[in-house]
Write a protein that binds this ligand. Sequence first.
Ligand SMILES: *Cc1c(COP(=O)(O)O)cnc(C)c1O
Length: 343
Amino acid sequence: MKPLNQLIRPNIKDLKPYSSARDEYTGEAAVFLDANENPFNQPYNRYPDPYQRKVKEKISALKTIDTSNIFLGNGSDEPIDLLFRAFCEPGIDNVVSIDPTYGMYQVAADINNIEVRKVLLTDDFELDVDGLLAACDAQTKLLFICSPNNPTGNCFRLEDIESVLKSFQGIVVLDEAYIDFAPEKSLLSKLNEFPNLVVLQTFSKAWGMAGIRLGMAFASEAIVKVLSNIKYPYNVNILTQEKALELLEKADDKQSWVELLLKERAMMQQALADLSFVQKVYPSDANYLLVKVDEAKAIYKYLVEKKIIIRDRSSVSLCDGCLRITIGQPSENKLLLDELRKY
Ligand SMILES: *Cc1c(COP(=O)(O)O)cnc(C)c1O
């Protein structure tokens, strides 16, 4: 990895971040008259903790990782955007991404006027390590890998991800939004080994909290500091922080949801494969299935008429004829199968 000082944009390196009232005084006090808040309507009258310390402490305990290695944002979308803003000079720098993958990397790149160099996965949806590295040049600051990958559903081989981490000179963003559904372990435990690794996780999937918008980025303390310097000062609101503290107590619920969804996934895998118009159900390490069918668009439209919405991925690279189906509640999965059997 290049030194962080060479990867970071000069204006960000030199930035004097906004210093809020809560930055300048953090302790307990009898009277707070420093932030021009209305003294009434407690506790929502107060600005939230800009560094979400209580939430980070809970996540730290849950994942055995130091709080200094945790960045929290408004969904994973926020750290994705901040990584572009911190490291990529508009119109000059570029990023490399696997293809197909999650659409947000491209959108964030477009907003920041950054070229995305897409490198196709192999035909069996594995990483083309040599292709990824060959696509990089001196201006490549970030390399995006999503594992388990959306929409293909598979985890990549650990040795392939590690090859990229060892050879790439910039920052590898490893999106683990679906890691709770996967048999493979998170790379979180390797943060100390790879200073150029940023792991993204989210509360939107296995934890069932997409509505409160809370995403996590795990990285070296130095990278976390850069992201914290450029975020909006109060990027995670009080309601989200309070609800997260409450719901993080329910790790057992999360675990039983995951187990139920994995059982349903196995059932759906088999049931879908038995349908005459299904060519292939790809193996999945996530909470959705990628299914290759005859007439993807027609099936999508048929299901919309039945008020069942899935995702048509048939125009995505390597996903010709493919639909992406999220695993729902048992009753929802049954409804989908009933309608598909009548198609
Ligand atoms: C759903 C998803 C996310 C989650 O995004 P949030 O902004 O945290 O809701 C992140 N990455 C991938 C690949 C996803 O599919």
